[in-house]
Design a protein around this ligand. Structure first.
Ligand code: PMP
Length: 411
């Protein structure tokens, strides 16, 4: 495979800077957020230095250029997930905001008392709490697809949980941020469609967008949410994809500039999607940064990144076996590029603190997925996660660091 990880890594200023340190920085927290390549930083820097203006409102040429750049990022996002139309891409603050937008806008209009929303036992809090809030307001109920000990969802339970006429929404993650389980999205959606084609399906793609080629038409999801900062782009920007007919039937969540058609004191009519859902001056530089991140991902090739990450994952799974008393959570059929584990010797926070002393960045805690911790009967885990730039020496350093944790806590 001619994937030149060294060359890719050098495009990331933070990593390149610390690779020269006596204890080079091992960044194993890409699931939380990825580092940014020069290409993305430059796109945002150029915008601020050379072209800065608002969008849509001005007739002067710089404003027109910025509007073009903004809309061209929308086109890139649409092509990135193979949406049928650019107008199916709504820019939001991130996955959390995207799920909340779908939950509140769709839910307020369509959910009634005793309707049901089905989620999975592997969800991030963003895909649990958003639904609980709207369910509480509408008097709807939440049901949960259970997870097996290996971290795979128990898909056979879907026909028991998803009930024609009662279930209105099913929402689940493409890839779990705690165990890494890659769910068979297409198969799950096909099963739901067979039960009741009118059920709306939301896919949380926060952890899949930077790793797996997504085709919303092939998956046949109704909504899909992802964040820029987890796919080499900036913070503060994300996407809610929605099938156009569904978005068109949904009311706006926020009122303000640029989301209207006509305003009088008596009545306001709204713009068509996506403008209807993008009130106010948007995060323009972040949208441009997201567009650049998509260009960067396309240049490197998402399939090549996936293969590289899977190689790192296999290497990490093998190497971590060298650490006595280490237990990896789950063994799903398909795992994304992350591993969660516990140590017999130390609490995850203590272990992560000692790893930090060695310049090794991992995440410790419940990973915004407390129900997953409860299901697997652990208070917290250590999570090591990988990206396009991860190298094997970082895994070696992690293993050395964990052996040191074992030595210190054995004292
Ligand atoms: N869903 C999943 C699966 C996630 O991993 C995350 C981020 N950890 C989110 C949702 C929320 O994303 P954001 O914080 O970017 O809104």
């Amino acid at each position: 495979m001619n994937y030149d990880v060294e060359k890719i890594r050098n495009q990331f200023p933070v990593l390149a800077l610390h690779d020269k340190d006596p204890k080079p920085f091992a960044f194993l927290d890409s699931t939380a957020t990825t580092q940014k390549p020069e290409f993305v930083i430059n796109a945002m820097d150029n915008f601020y230095r050379k072209h800065y203006s608002s969008i849509k409102r001005g007739v002067y040429s710089m404003a027109a250029q910025t509007t073009d750049a903004y809309e061209s990022a929308r086109k890139k996002a649409a092509q990135f997930i193979n949406a049928k139309r650019e107008s199916e891409i709504v820019f939001t603050r991130g996955t959390t905001a995207s799920i909340n937008l779908a939950a509140w806008s769709y839910g307020r209009k369509y959910l009634k008392a005793d309707d049901e929303i089905v989620i999975s036992a592997l969800e991030h809090h963003a895909n649990i709490v958003s639904w609980q809030l709207i369910a509480e307001e509408r008097g709807a109920k939440i049901k949960v697809i259970p997870v097996a000990d290996n971290g795979d969802l128990i898909l056979e339970k879907i026909p028991e949980l998803v009930i024609p006429g009662k279930t209105k929404i099913v929402a689940f993650a493409h890839i779990s941020n705690t165990i890494g389980t890659e769910n068979p999205v297409k198969e799950i959606i096909r099963t739901i469609r067979q039960i009741d084609p009118s059920i709306k399906v939301l896919v949380d793609a926060a952890q899949s967008a930077p790793h797996v080629k997504i085709d919303v038409q092939d998956l046949d999801c109704d909504f899909l949410a992802f964040s820029g900062h987890k796919m080499y782009g900036p913070t503060g920007i994300g996407v809610l994809y929605g099938k156009y007919e569904i978005l068109e039937s949904m009311p706006p969540l926020e009122g303000g500039g640029e989301m209207i058609d006509q305003v009088t004191f008596e009545k306001t009519t709204f713009a068509l999607p996506p403008d209807r859902f993008e009130a106010g001056t948007p995060p323009i530089a972040e949208v441009i940064g997201l567009g650049a991140a998509i260009d960067w991902l396309n240049q490197v090739g998402i399939e090549a990144i996936y293969q590289h990450e899977q190689e790192i994952l296999k290497y990490a799974e093998e190497k971590l076996r060298e650490v006595p008393g280490l237990h990896i959570l789950g063994a799903p059929k398909h795992r994304g590029s992350l591993l969660s584990f516990t140590l017999d010797s130390a609490h995850p926070h203590d272990a992560a603190t000692l790893l930090d002393e060695d310049g090794i960045a991992v995440r410790s805690g419940h990973h915004c997925a407390q129900p997953v911790m409860k299901r697997f009967n652990v208070p917290a885990t250590i999570r090591a996660s990988f990206g396009a730039y991860t190298q094997k020496w970082e895994i070696d350093r992690l293993v050395e660091g964990l052996l040191r944790v074992n030595r210190i806590f054995a004292l």
